[in-house]
Design a protein around this ligand. Sequence first.
Ligand code: GLN
Length: 352
Amino acid sequence: MTKQKSFLEYLSIVSIASCVFFGPTQAATARDVPQPTHPITIQEAVNRAYNDYKSNTDGSNASYIPYLEKANTKLYGIVVVTIDGKIFKAGDADYFFPVESISKIFTLAHVLKIQGANNLKNKIGVNATGLPFNSALAIELNNDKLTGSPPPGNPLVNAGAIATASLVEGKSLEEKWNTVIKTASAFAGRPLTLNKDVYDSEMADNQHNLAIAILLKSYHYLYADSAETIDLYTRECSYNVTAKDLAVMGATLANGGNNPLTHQNVTDEETSMRVLAVMATAGLYNTSGEWLYNVGLPAKSGVGGGIVAVVPGKMAIAVYSSPLDAAGNSVRGQLAIQSIAHDLGINIFKNK
Ligand code: GLN
């Protein structure tokens, strides 16, 4: 068997194993309408996005986590929080749902601050993997030195987020968890809590993430015990948030680390900028490039149906709607953010 053949065989097996199929294979694209002719308010843009996609039923719930499969697909909430603390909302803005992968950006903010930017780059990596969020193949490809990136690849895919969780300091799992949930709570400006049912549901069927942790450990890119790290990572994915929480958390990043509601300095400006840069590379997993091309905003999604986009120096836009596209991103979430950004003329690549 030639080297190439065995690699291709490996590639097909691992990519199939790593893929989690949700809804339509195409990333959602918002309606192609001209910019409103007169300037519209943020609340009008939120209302338009809410009304235009309220009856959209595309996508399906994440079925690989039993708790998420049961989510009510009708729920739909949009919240914008500006850096001066104004809140604009529509729909189910205060409904609690599991944060899932969106938590990765807040744990990253903590680890980035204690480790420094260079360590983060050398221990985890900051390049897009271009592969599904839970890909084990990405670890092998990076380890093969094909990309020159360390094997975890990027802190926003599972391998990188698990490696990031392994860098949270603390003598015990409880101490580490306390750090993670306290950090996230400071971003939200209120105490966030674990959803025990989601945690149990994920822990009961967590072999794939555990395999990722063990593979990283074998390459010396996991920095704590694998079982303990998976427990911490799973707790991190299982705390509850609302769309309003996500908008406040995103607005804190938009505001250089200062929470616009509590005025607490949750993190610093440099950390916020680095987190936003990583969100732009991998926040929507393997469709991050398409997202950035279409919308021009750093964002982060989770398979719980949440998504938050950040407009640096201005605001954050957060949406909850559980049906996902094939990459695991909320369908209505993407459409609503794209619509609001379009209507308000927001894009980080714009020259004015
Ligand atoms: N807890 C989920 C997992 O690890 C999070 C994935 C996600 O939101 N993309 O599979």
